[in-house]
Design a protein around this ligand. Structure first.
Ligand code: 5GP
Ligand code: ZN
Length: 134
């Protein structure tokens, strides 16, 4: 997409600091890192969310994430990771080109877990929500 900043990075029209690259993904350092080595794994084909991924890309994205983590592990030796993505504006997605955040974590770094993103489960108990899936 013409005005997509991550497509521009993929085309080399904007600079980035690459961490890992293969034929399907480019992983580069986040420009406003939340932890040392905060990395974004970006599919080379534009799509806004995982729902836009073609079946092949669905299969290879996780492999790209794992290889990027192995690279970070060998260079920075963190104690752990938070890995995930913001899907949709209301969940915090700002750049409309799918990207998986990899945040390396260190013992005592003061951060939380995925559970610290939100605690607002609504009034229905899990048993009631489960009925909707039947
Ligand atoms: P989102 O909120 O969409 O999940 O995250 C977008 C991320 O992209 C943010 O963490 C932001 O710092 C990062 N970002 C935005 N623009 C650029 C850029 O031009 N270069 C790089 N490397 N990261 C960017
Ligand atoms: Zn794009």
């Amino acid at each position: 997409m013409e005005d997509c900043i991550f497509c521009k990075i993929l085309k080399g029209e904007m600079p980035s600091h690459a961490v890992y690259e293969d034929e399907h993904i480019l992983a580069f350092l986040d420009i406003f890192p939340h932890t040392k080595g905060h990395t974004l794994v970006v599919p080379k084909k534009h799509g806004e969310t995982v729902f836009d991924l073609d079946p092949h890309m669905r299969e290879v994205l996780m492999s790209g994430v794992q290889k990027t983590m192995e690279r970070i592990d060998s260079v920075l030796h963190p104690d752990g990771y938070n890995v995930g993505w913001n899907h949709g504006k209301d969940a915090g997605q700002v750049v409309p080109h799918l990207h998986v955040h990899i945040m390396p974590r260190w013992k005592g770094d003061g951060g939380g877990s995925m559970h610290s993103i939100i605690k607002n489960p609504g009034d229905e108990k899990p048993e009631e929500v489960a009925k909707l899936f039947m």
